[in-house]
Write a protein of this length. Structure first.
Length: 655
């Protein structure tokens, strides 16, 4: 806990620094009193927050609830988890961390489950509770909250490399909404993955095809990505040669890839019975060029017409070894028969297509790496370090620090029938999760045996959504478009659609869900160029100069490429960026909350609870009193205190 002995006092240090050097003046406060006798600079115009984010509205979607009747069973599983952790700690002569205070637990569980800090009202409500079940009650409440959906979507967005348009002509937006909806409904994980691996059709007809379209015309990287994401097995090196550090051979890679060799991501000549549609599309393209004054193919026509080509189908096909295959177990260009890496295809899938057999094998409850991988992924999410690290690379060189625990979690996932929420409840109910965190660096080379969770920085999305929760009344002014939204503006059946009908669709698409029009539509919810909405609903990924990218949001070009290292742009964004200024605009939640309180002491309490989810310490009170006495206008001091706390390490870390 070394870092937090200094972190707790960092608010005082920043406040003292503010007294010496004025870096910030709250735009919602009248500073004329403190500037009497001085030359007055012209006041900048007040920037009003968009009305849509100030309206106290509720989210319109329902969220699948946890099973309230299973609490005793979940508590029992959590005790088993704790016993397995404690057994390993004893064998390593390591003492478990003390139990975290309610304040630390409150902030941690909000960040881990909802992806944001608690609001003032939420903090006050929990800290006032005397119920012995209050922690369990809060965990269940948060798992039922719409913000759980947003938070888990951000996790999967980084894992599945979710982007709105991986190619200018691929309209994959419905797939992103499908991922979010699968989380909202708590779809069993094995069924969700099976759907993504076997879906066919266009993205707005069957959004799960977006998983396959993300690797459009890259069949071998698709296999590599799939087994890494869902099985924790990295076989990418074996695509070109036998794996130098693992057991996998190039021949095995091609055997596995043979299952999906017949997958097509575009409507082309290789898809039987679709020739007439392709011919009609070509004619339509030529007509669009002929009608254009410059004989060009207008962009919005192209995106609608070409967008309808991206359709996932499965055809009969064989996979051959590459022409430069060098091993003596086969010859170059030999046909490879499908075979799995371990185990066997479930008997129930015997009559399935090869692609369906691959999916049935991968998601089978008897496939140990499938359940272990999702268990380890979620363990890392909530504890900061995987039981196996790297958390998605299961091999002999990466030891499992607690094999009995890993096996228990795998079995628990299967016992719960891949119910992700019930599994997360077990993790969060455990004493191990509810202990104080440890200052541990994965790069230290030392194994971590989990005396408590690991101290870690917030993700980019957690920082954004936390600031948003202090700022706006309605962080959901819009939601990302669904298949039902997009389909009417783009869906074409070339065999029975006229050019005029395509023209009407192209114009409608250009005015609604084409990227330019869509960005203009959501910009009405913006403040100084930043759209004030949940990170999960914003275009993915954000532009390079956006707050989210400064704080490490990944490019989504690779799997789990987000960063959490501190940088200079992060400091500048927190010190003087528009998203931190927005907190102090008229109408922001924290401004309204503070100004609604009469007593100065209670205002200070409200500020600390709003930003750090705890009451000020005696030292904090001394520092804030000095700041208040140094200002002739209390409102300026309150603004400085808020801004100072926001710029502490305590704010940016998940304790």
């Amino acid at each position: 806990m070394r870092i937090f002995s200094s972190t707790q006092s960092s608010a005082s240090r920043v406040l003292r620094f503010l007294i010496l050097v004025v870096l910030f003046v709250s735009p919602w406060m009248d500073c004329s009193a403190q500037n009497k006798g001085k030359k007055q600079a012209s006041k900048p115009p007040k920037i009003k927050l968009p009305a849509s984010v100030l309206q106290k509205t509720s989210v319109k979607f329902d969220v699948a609830k946890v099973n309230a009747a299973s609490r005793i069973q979940v508590q029992g599983a959590a005790r088993t988890l704790d016993n397995l952790v404690m057994s390993e700690l004893i064998s390593q002569s390591i003492a478990p961390n003390p139990n975290a205070t309610d304040e630390v637990f409150l902030r941690r569980v909000y960040l881990d489950v909802t992806g944001r800090i608690p609001t003032l009202h939420e903090a006050q409500k929990f800290l006032a509770s005397t119920s012995p079940e209050r922690r369990f009650d809060l965990i269940d409440e948060l798992l039922n909250h719409p913000d759980y959906v947003s938070n888990m979507y951000n996790l999967w967005a980084d894992t599945l490399r979710l982007v709105e348009r991986p190619d200018a002509d691929i309209v994959i937006d419905p797939y992103l909404a499908y991922v979010k909806d699968s989380i909202r409904t708590n779809k069993p994980y094995d069924r969700w993955v099976y759907e993504m691996l076997t879906a066919t059709g266009k993205c707005w007809q069957n959004p799960a095809v977006g998983y396959q379209l993300r690797d459009d015309q890259m069949p071998l990287p698709y296999v590599d990505n799939t087994v890494r994401i869902f099985l924790g097995t990295q076989i990418g090196c074996a695509q070109c040669h036998d794996h130098p550090f693992d057991e996998w051979t190039q021949y095995q890679f091609y055997e596995l890839a043979a299952f999906t060799a017949g997958t097509r991501t575009r409507l082309d000549r290789g898809v039987p019975g679709r020739g007439d549609e392709l011919q009609a599309r070509r004619k339509m393209t030529e007509e669009a060029k002929n009608r254009d004054p410059n004989n060009r193919f207008p962009g919005h026509y192209r995106r609608v017409i070409n967008g309808n080509i991206y359709e996932v189908n499965e055809v009969k096909a064989e996979l051959r070894l590459p022409h430069d295959y060098v091993y003596d177990n086969a010859k170059p260009k030999d046909i490879v028969k499908p075979a799995v890496l371990w185990g066997e295809i479930p008997k129930t899938a015997g009559d399935y297509t090869p692609r369906e057999q691959f999916a049935a094998w991968l998601t089978n409850s008897e496939n140990p790496r499938f359940s272990k991988m999702i268990a380890n992924r979620l363990w890392k999410r909530f504890f900061g370090v995987g039981i196996i690290e790297p958390f998605d690379d299961f091999n002999e060189d990466n030891p499992c620090v607690n094999e009995p625990l890993m096996n228990f979690l795998s079995k628990e996932m299967v016992r719960n029938r891949f119910n992700i929420k019930e599994f997360i409840r077990v993790l969060l109910y455990s004493e191990t999760y509810q202990r104080e965190s440890s200052d541990y660096e994965l790069t230290s080379g030392e194994l971590y045996y989990f005396p408590g969770p690991v101290l870690r920085r917030m993700t980019a999305e957690q920082v954004w959504d936390s600031i948003l929760s202090m700022t706006v009344q309605n962080p959901w002014p819009f939601e990302r478009p669904t298949a039902q939204d997009i389909a009417p503006t783009i869906d074409i059946n070339f065999s029975n659609t006229t050019f005029d009908e395509v023209t009407a669709k192209a114009e409608e698409f250009r005015g609604t869900y084409d990227m330019g029009a869509y960005h203009r539509a959501i910009n009405k919810h913006s403040y100084e160029g930043n759209v004030l909405c949940k990170a999960s609903e914003l275009p993915s990924p954000q532009r390079a100069d956006h707050f989210l990218r400064h704080f490490g949001q990944g490019s989504r070009e690779g799997i789990n490429v987000a960063e959490q290292e501190p940088t200079v742009p992060q400091t500048l964004a927190m010190f003087n960026g528009p998203i931190t200024h927005v907190m102090l605009e008229p109408g922001s939640a924290i401004v309204d909350n503070v100004l609604a309180i009469e007593k100065t002491t209670n205002r200070i309490d409200a500020i600390f609870l709003s930003v750090l989810a705890r009451l000020p310490t005696p030292k904090d009170r001394v520092t804030t009193s000095k700041e208040l006495s140094s200002q002739t206008n209390d409102n300026v001091a309150f603004g400085n205190i808020i801004w100072a706390l926001l710029n502490t390490r305590e704010f940016l870390f998940v304790q």
